[in-house]
Write a protein of this length. Structure first.
Length: 622
């Protein structure tokens, strides 16, 4: 009897152990981009990776989207990219990896972390749009924070209704996802490439599973997670005041102008008209909080850093044409999975002292220094009731034999240069590259090349060879219509542009039609004027296209304001073209009884006028 009982007990224990054993499965799938031929070939593999939502109680499974870009050359090296945010996508930005120099040296694995991108489930996918809509309204301070908290509460309610546990979307579980994925892909060791918040995940993973790691790449790193919010205001203002100092020769009053804008917007915001695809009601109201956040987000990007003085000037002058176009750029910077953003932030960072530490740091500076957006994160966590579980060694990096490459940016407002310096002291076998601009600098041309050398084991030159930030002065040609024209070039609406294309083809054809007519007697003056106007129209359109192309090559964000100065002549060309068209039209009316094929000439005149209508619609003229 006792023997049978012991056998039963053993079998029960075995079944219980088996029931708790996490099951994972890597499923090959066709593609995440069915209509994109460039990314659908044998050198790119797509998977869904099934893992438990809760690794301790693995009954419920979730799906993680994985892409494996095989190296362009045969190699055994592997690099897994860990996105930032938190809540940022990896696979959605696959285009920038297709011809990345890193792909010459290693297979690249992109993973949409749990709750992000193509991974399932999505956590409140519309939350980012709702937050942007809150920003667009005429609210400030606590009212804006309360509005964000309210929509975040709705998100949490939806998660619980869908039986999604917010507590399981955290960096510890992500680390275990990565560890298991490495095993499923039959990789011995790989390089971990983290950016921004992904650097914290990468460090946590390397500390938890040191045997998995061949090397670390940390771009815009978090050195201590406890400082992520508690020094948020200091980090931003230190970077901003460095910019004021470095731009002083060209913009001596920039700091004064910045605080003047804040004081104006604190008194009263102002609205601009925007595309209803971005904001449903078609209006965005700028207040001081939105202004500060736009400047902070601009410090991330080298090209935006170069035009920050122009952005501040546009706010100071309430240039609604520029600021209307700026909303789209601003909305792009907020594209992430905010449900995951809050889950990971609350689980990893927030504790009962977070708000007081944030406010204490802010009080050390001007009352207008704190960024409401980040402060609202902490109130969201408070309302969700998720508090970080403290650990004694959370910021302690274990000794490691693997090498680490660290990128840190001079103007980075969220993970400043000092973070990289602190981390380089912690990690013995590390190389610190101090870049001369902002956030995510490993994606610069110089950064990409350095990554490839690091992976291949070549010598690392930490001396910075990247070009310095060149602040764009007022030496540009301002024109409110250029940004609209450039947008039409970038995202063409072929139905809208079809009439313009037909008109341009007719104008080009007129040159071949009317040159022979110059030799025939009669109406030579008219034909000469038609030829002049056709050449002028073509020259105008080509000049605008060339101006946009060359301005983009210098700095794409100049297009928010106009073109580089050397293309100022296009506006004069445009008005000469208008006058010439009117003269041409008047001469046709006078000589209409003596003109053969008058219908053709009327069609040509209509084409000239149509080009003028398009220029007026874009706002380039009139």
């Amino acid at each position: 009897m006792i023997r049978r009982f012991l056998i039963f007990l053993f079998l029960f224990a075995s079944l219980a152990t088996h029931a708790q054993n996490p099951k994972t499965k890597l499923e090959i799938c066709n593609t995440f981009f069915p209509d994109w031929k460039e990314v659908n070939n044998k050198d790119i593999k797509y998977y869904f990776f099934n893992v438990p939502e809760n690794w301790n109680y693995p009954k419920k499974q979730i799906k993680l989207a994985v892409v494996q870009l095989l190296s362009l050359k045969k190699t055994n090296e592997n690099v897994v990219f860990v996105s930032g945010g938190p809540g940022g996508w990896s696979i959605g930005a696959i285009k920038k990896w297709l011809n990345h120099p890193l792909r010459e040296k290693a297979n690249i694995i992109l993973l949409d972390l749990r709750g992000t991108g193509f991974s399932q489930p999505s956590l409140c996918p519309d939350l980012g749009k709702k937050i942007l809509n809150v920003f667009s309204q005429d609210t400030q301070g606590n009212k804006e924070i309360n509005a964000i908290v309210d929509i975040s509460k709705e998100c949490k309610e939806h998660l619980l209704k869908d039986k999604i546990d917010p507590a399981e979307y955290n960096s510890n579980n992500i680390a275990q996802d990565l560890h298991t994925l490495k095993t499923e892909l039959r990789i011995d060791k790989w390089f971990i490439y983290g950016i921004s918040y992904g650097t914290y995940i990468a460090q946590l993973y390397s500390k938890t599973y040191p045997g998995d790691v061949k090397g670390l790449i940390l771009d815009s790193p978090i050195s201590e997670i406890s400082d992520y919010y508690s020094k948020n205001t200091s980090n931003y203002l230190n970077s901003l005041h460095l910019l004021f100092k470095d731009s002083k020769s060209k913009f001596p009053d920039l700091e004064k102008e910045y605080y003047s804008v804040i004081n104006k917007l604190n008194r009263k915001g102002f609205s601009v008209i925007v595309d209803k695809k971005i904001i449903p009601n078609g209006h965005f109201t700028y207040n001081a909080d939105e202004f500060k956040l736009i400047i902070q987000q601009s410090l991330y990007n080298k090209q935006l850093i170069e035009v920050i003085p122009l952005i501040i000037d546009a706010f100071n002058k309430e240039n609604k044409d520029v600021l209307s176009s700026l909303v789209e750029s601003f909305s792009e910077s907020l594209k992430r999975d905010f449900g995951t953003y809050y889950c990971v932030t609350c689980n990893d960072v927030y504790n009962n002292q977070s708000i007081s530490l944030f406010d204490e740091n802010s009080k050390q500076h001007d009352k207008n220094g704190a960024l409401l957006f980040y402060r609202s994160d902490l109130f969201v966590c408070q309302s969700w009731g998720i508090t970080k579980k403290p650990t004694s060694d959370e910021d302690k990096q274990s000794d490691s034999t693997y090498k680490t490459l660290i990128f840190a940016g001079k103007y980075d407002p969220i993970t400043p240069l000092s973070n990289g310096e602190k981390l380089a002291k912690k990690l013995k076998n590390s190389y610190l590259v101090k870049m001369l601009y902002g956030h995510g600098t490993s994606f610069s041309k110089e950064g990409k090349q350095m990554l490839a050398r690091f992976i291949s084991g070549s010598a690392i030159e930490t001396g910075n060879k990247a070009p310095e930030v060149q602040f764009v002065s007022h030496n540009i040609f301002y024109n409110k219509g250029i940004s609209k024209l450039a947008e039409n070039f970038n995202k063409p609406n072929w139905l809208f542009l079809s009439s313009l294309i037909i008109a341009l083809l007719l104008i080009i054809s007129s040159i071949f039609i009317f040159i022979p007519k110059l030799k025939a007697p009669g109406n030579r003056t008219l034909y000469s004027l038609i030829l002049f106007n056709s050449f002028l129209g073509i020259a105008l359109f080509l000049s605008l296209s060339l101006g946009i192309f060359q301005t983009t090559n210098q700095n794409i964000y100049i297009l928010l304001f106009g073109l580089i100065k050397k293309f100022e002549f296009v506006i004069y060309l445009a008005y000469i073209y208008i006058v010439s068209t009117l003269v041409c039209f008047g001469l046709v009316l006078v000589k209409r009884n003596t003109i053969n094929n008058i219908e053709l000439i009327y069609g040509l005149i209509f084409s000239y006028i149509l080009l003028i209508i398009y220029l007026a619609f874009w706002g380039i003229i009139l």
